[in-house]
Design a binder for this molecule. Sequence first.
Ligand SMILES: NC(=O)c1ccc[n+]([C@@H]2O[C@H](COP(=O)([O-])OP(=O)(O)OC[C@H]3O[C@@H](n4cnc5c(N)ncnc54)[C@H](OP(=O)(O)O)[C@@H]3O)[C@@H](O)[C@H]2O)c1
Length: 337
Amino acid sequence: MKAFQLQNSFGLENLKLVELPEPSPKAGEILVKMKAVSLNYRDFLMVSGKYNPKQKLPLIPLSDGAGEVVAIGEGVTTWKVGDRVMGAFSQGWLYGAPSRNTLKTTLGGPLDGTLCEYRIFPEYGVVATPEHLNDLEASTLPCAGLTAYSAIFPFGNIGPADTIVVLGTGGVSIFALQFAKILGARVIVTSSQNDKLERAKQLGADETINYNEKQNWEKEVLKLTNMKGADLVIEVGGAGTLSKSIACTRPWGIISLIGVLAGGESNLSLFPVLMQGIRIQGVIVGNRQDFENMNRVLSAHKMKPVVSQTFPFEKAVEAIQYLKDGKHFGKVCISIE
Ligand SMILES: NC(=O)c1ccc[n+]([C@@H]2O[C@H](COP(=O)([O-])OP(=O)(O)OC[C@H]3O[C@@H](n4cnc5c(N)ncnc54)[C@H](OP(=O)(O)O)[C@@H]3O)[C@@H](O)[C@H]2O)c1
């Protein structure tokens, strides 16, 4: 089978298309023909060696993918040949809180990922693909979709009277916009580009702010909320944006700390956090049970992930570069037909 692999060293230039033996499932395992995979910023960091410099090589990157069961091992009862499935981001984190060990069972590092034609999963390592989604759409769910779902549903504590601020228009952020609109919340989206803000409006964004044109965007949020502040901020910028997010969150509001697109180290003042009782909630994707709960929401509302760009398998390196350049809106996918 064909796969993309980092062999001896990190770097996009070292991600090579290789030929590997086609695996066959042992007892309790299934073989999935991968049909589509999607990219997360984490994949770029992983390939560059910045996510985990101690990651062992060789590595097949990418955490997210969808496909079809083509063989089952002895004793497998949950799946049959022909079932459409998606891999769970953390293979060993099935429900409840994660343990340090289950957090080490993630696809695309430390475990081999999905950028390959065939992949073995344990029976419990996949969930069923919602019927209304094609494989490209489904491939976007395991990391970006579930992260946004976790931030909005289990951790977000929001409803129709609440205002949510979504930073940027990348994969996680656009899912967060869609989930927040399902709950009837008011959503403010920020972006560096006006055409992306127009697209966000078409998806239901109530207010938009260009954070390049209005660098004090937190003040705009305060104005838009009659100086009350947002109930929830979907924080993907990290160190570079967190102090502004804190400044525009209402007392007792929540900041879902998800990403580090604008830096991961900070010496920000903690006073506003404690004086206003703001909850900074770290979010790390989610467990298998919440993956299934999210899929029920998607199916009930016929919600479709936003795929802005699809590359052929052979162009995987270009696809990762495209993601890194931030040209996309929503998700970037790779088709493996
Ligand atoms: N904790 C978790 O479980 C988890 C899960 C998934 C992702 N993440 C992290 O979350 C972040 C987003 O991931 P992603 O896959 O959604 O990334 P992505 O699709 O690559 O998102 C990129 C977009 O983020 C926006 N952005 C960049 N810098 C920004 C800034 N300073 N302020 C506001 N927006 C900014 C830009 O939007 P515009 O072009 O509109 O300006 C950019 O296009 C990454 O750091 C990723 O590692 C964490």
